[in-house]
Design a protein around this ligand. Structure first.
Ligand code: TYM
Length: 327
């Protein structure tokens, strides 16, 4: 039996990077017979960045709708909101006492975010990976399906588990990251990671016109200035996305056309946009339908939180005992 935990920030619906890099694996793992899965909408992490409180509830609903629309089965996994299981913050405090400060300040995401919001370098940005470790260790998870950008945080979670076990006795397994074939999807700029805060995403519920427009403006190979210049499909951003979203024959045609300069980037982008629209259509439709019934989403999240709280209470009982807390 493996226990799986992963999390995603409620910045509204998710984008194709989240989907290819993580959520695809969530759906797959939740369907496996011997896997106990917990998936967490991490609002406590989200508040380390500037945000509008009145928009938060809807962001959670949209994200939950997208997850269900992507095929995540709430009957085979606990899908819940982090702040509805207070043990996450309780364990985070405890784990903070075995986390080396120096490691936290070395985290690349801490440095990136501090640069991006210099007016709001709050302590939560620094301790963010401890809360992540608490999310995982609270369920004594062994597998964590994530994209490449979370690997450093996972390494720290493993170290925190090791230190806790070393100090207080064997309590937590060391969780392993699990990746898809696409653990790092670049944004439409072709340079940085696809990320909502960088404004370079395609959302899974994006409407067809927006997809066509965004793909038309996507990054293309700078060495291929004219249509008659042969391209490099293995490193071309647009060809790369064909791999994930187009049928094999369309992908092969555009890779070949790029290599031999018989098809231009504009042709390739047009075909990619149509493939994406087709690929995402069922998810988009289902999600929009679900979003129109927030009461069903509420029920799903309440049931998920109930399951999560049961497991969380059990772990915390053990943790309190290990720490020698007064009973
Ligand atoms: P978040 O919300 O930024 O992203 C959710 C998941 O999507 C992956 N991902 C990507 N994968 C490939 N290409 C991309 N461009 C891309 N962008 C995002 C992320 O790696 C992640 O798996 N701190 C986490 C959430 C979290 C968590 C946890 C994860 C909180 N607690 C415990 C695992 C375990 C985050 O901000 O992910």
């Amino acid at each position: 039996m493996e226990t799986v935990l992963s999390g995603i920030q409620p910045s509204g619906g998710f984008h194709i990077g989240n989907y290819l890099g993580a959520v695809q694996n969530w759906v797959r793992m939740a369907a496996l017979p011997d896997y106990r899965c917990y998936f967490c909408i991490v609002d406590l992490h989200a508040i380390t960045q500037n945000y509008e409180p009145s928009a938060m509830p809807n962001r959670v609903v949209e994200l939950c709708a997208d997850l269900l629309a992507a095929g995540l089965d709430p009957n085979r996994s606990a899908l819940f909101v982090q702040s509805q299981v207070p043990e996450h913050t309780e364990l985070a405090w405890i784990l903070a006492t075995v986390t080396p400060y120096g490691e936290l300040s070395r985290m690349t995401q801490f440095k990136d975010k501090s640069e991006r919001q210099p007016e709001n370098i709050n302590a939560g940005l620094l301790t963010y990976p401890i809360l992540m470790a608490a999310d995982i260790l609270l369920y004594r998870a062994t597998r964590v399906p994530v994209g490449m950008d979370q690997v450093q945080h996972l390494e720290l979670a493993r170290e925190i588990a090791r230190r806790f076990n070393g100090r207080f006795g064997d309590t937590f397994p060391e969780p392993l990251p699990i990746h898809t074939q696409a653990p790092k999807i670049l944004g439409l700029d072709g340079k940085q990671k696809m990320s909502k805060s960088l404004g370079n995403t395609i959302e899974v519920t994006e409407n067809p016109e927006a997809i066509r427009k965004k793909i038309a403006g996507a990054y293309t190979d700078e060495t291929r200035l004219r249509k008659t210049d042969p391209g490099h499909p293995e490193s071309c951003y647009v060809c790369g996305l064909h791999n994930y979203f187009s049928p094999p024959d369309v992908t092969a045609r555009h890779h070949e056309g790029c290599r031999t300069a018989t098809l231009g980037c504009v042709d390739s982008k047009r075909a990619l946009a149509e493939s994406l629209i087709q690929y995402l259509a069922p998810m988009r439709e289902r999600s929009l339908e679900l979003r129109a019934h927030p009461e069903q989403i509420r029920e799903t999240l309440a049931a998920g939180a109930e399951t999560a709280r049961r497991a969380a209470r059990e772990t915390m009982g053990l943790v309190r005992e290990r720490l020698g807390f007064y009973r």
